[in-house]
Design a protein around this ligand. Structure first.
Ligand code: MG
Length: 192
């Protein structure tokens, strides 16, 4: 089968570098506890427009070029590919400005899988459907719920590293699988 995998929050650690960057630009402290409710706008840290600007600025300054891998991500992605014989594609909602950096980053980490960019019109669920994916792994419940609402045969896996984001029970109930590590993700995928 083909598995669609989100990049930020699933393969690369994005939230912590973005928290530090936001603190620097906004000139105020954002406690780690606030990460539970990323986006910043939902949290009252800044407006939605300011948050979009921050993300744009983060991309412009090469923020997406210097992200660290989430523990075991590469090991298990290749185990899924080589041992379980599943195809892997990446789907990211990163800003288009970060397109070149995204290729450089994934290649630098030896992650040689096709990358697809989603946006407001070209949603992740549409890309996953058009490319015949059977599973989407993402750290944001909203993208998975869009899959559940639009394509019922694609399964959904919420990857919430060490429970870093708060997910409502309502959202959890709509999603097929909930994991906190790549080992858990691999074990579940090996049984599909
Ligand atoms: Mg993500």
């Amino acid at each position: 089968m083909k598995i669609a995998v989100d990049l930020d929050g699933v393969v690369f650690n994005f939230i912590e570098p973005f928290r530090k960057f936001s603190e620097e630009i906004l000139g105020k402290s954002i406690p780690i506890s606030q990460i539970k409710h990323f986006n910043w706008a939902d949290n009252g840290i800044c407006t939605k427009a300011a948050e979009s600007k921050l993300l744009h600025e983060f991309a412009c300054r090469g923020g997406f070029l210097y992200l660290n891998l989430i523990p075991d991500a590469r090991y298990y992605l290749y185990k899924i590919y080589n041992d379980l014989k599943h195809d892997i594609i990446f789907i990211t909602s990163r800003h288009a400005i970060a397109l070149a950096d995204t290729y450089v980053l994934t290649q630098a980490h030896g992650l040689d899988f096709p990358i697809h960019f989603s946006d407001k019109e070209n949603r992740k669920w549409k890309i996953a459907k058009n490319l015949d994916c059977s599973l989407l792994i993402d750290d944001r419940a909203k993208y998975l719920i869009e899959v559940e609402d639009n394509v019922n045969y694609i399964q959904t896996m919420l990857f919430n590293l060490n429970n870093q984001l708060e997910v409502s029970d309502d959202d959890k109930n709509k999603i097929d699988f909930y994991v906190q590590t790549w080992k858990e993700a691999y074990d579940l995928i090996s049984e599909l």
